[in-house]
Design a binder for this molecule. Structure first.
Ligand code: NAD
Length: 259
């Protein structure tokens, strides 16, 4: 198990879902965790549940001022920052024809600009402490054409931003990677009509769990990943490896059997 003993982390969108799973696992692995979110009640409740090793800060990731306050709170609390997880994210579930400009902009402001602002705000404190690890939560949708154009664009762009950041910060000993989950059951996906058809396509024939994603994030955040930067890390039950071709092969075999 990758240890985070002595490390200080800031997890955005940490009040629920995968961010909360990461906060829980990080604390269990020895880290102090600042949970940032716009869901204040849930965030405070989680921090209280995790005890002295966790705190909650109101953090709308699309606001540079909120970022400055959040990083200042981490500094006042622990004097350092080793890990930043840019996990906060939204989905629209509308196509190009029916996505109003304000919804497009609002999504990019969180999923993409939020990570940019986060790295801008957090890097100086990480650098001061001798380096660290940034994990940007992208998606399987960053490898394909998801039905939501703003979501897809934000996740593809986050992969590019991650590479740029990895090069800019390499001399500061700050590593930057993405984690790209496939289908994970959270509030984000709970009401999607795509869940069952997607599960049917996933080679492992099930959704992933939040903990399976959190364990990969913990590894990349830890010193065990000391030579890994600027890279994407899929956790998708084999989907990107060839789910479509696997389906074709299965259907062809069925046709041959029935011929
Ligand atoms: N669930 C999946 O299948 C899946 C797959 C791939 C990628 N992802 C990504 O994983 C991340 C976490 O998603 P989740 O599935 O846990 O969903 P979720 O909706 O449970 O969690 C998202 C969190 O982000 C927070 N958030 C939203 N806007 C914010 C803002 N402006 N500032 C700060 N926090 C904000 C929400 O309050 C929430 O706590 C997202 O980036 C999402 O795109 C999810």
């Amino acid at each position: 198990m990758a240890s985070l003993t002595g490390k200080v982390a800031l997890v955005t969108g940490g009040a629920r879902g995968m961010g909360a799973a990461e906060a829980r696992l990080f604390v269990a692995s020895g880290a102090a965790v600042m949970i940032g979110d716009v869901l204040h009640e849930e965030g405070r409740a989680l921090a209280a549940e995790l005890g002295d090793a966790a705190r909650y800060v109101a953090l709308d990731v699309s606001s540079p001022d909120a970022w400055a306050r959040a990083v200042a709170e981490v500094q006042a609390w622990q004097k350092r920052l080793d890990i930043l997880v840019n996990n906060a994210g939204l989905i629209n579930r509308t196509g190009i024809a029916d996505t109003p400009l304000d919804r497009w902009n609002a999504l990019l402001a969180v999923n993409l600009t939020g990570a940019f602002l986060g790295m801008q705000a957090a890097a100086p404190l990480m650098r001061e402490g001798g380096g660290g690890s940034i994990v940007n939560i992208a998606s399987l949708a960053g490898f394909t054409g998801h039905t939501d154009p703003a979501y897809t664009s934000s996740k593809w762009a986050l992969r590019g931003l991650t590479r740029t950041a990895a090069m800019e910060f390499v001399g500061d000993r700050i590593r930057v990677n993405t984690v790209c989950p496939g289908l994970i059951l959270t509030e984000l996906t709970a009401h999607s009509p795509h869940v069952q058809p997607l599960v049917d396509m996933v080679p492992m024939q099930r959704p992933g769990t939040m903990e399976e994603v959190a364990r990969l994030v913990r590894f990349l955040a830890s010193d065990d990943a000391s030579y890994i930067t600027g890279e994407d890390h899929l956790v998708d039950g084999g989907f990107t490896a060839g789910a479509a071709y696997r389906r074709v092969a299965q259907e062809t075999a069925a046709l041959t059997r029935n011929a």
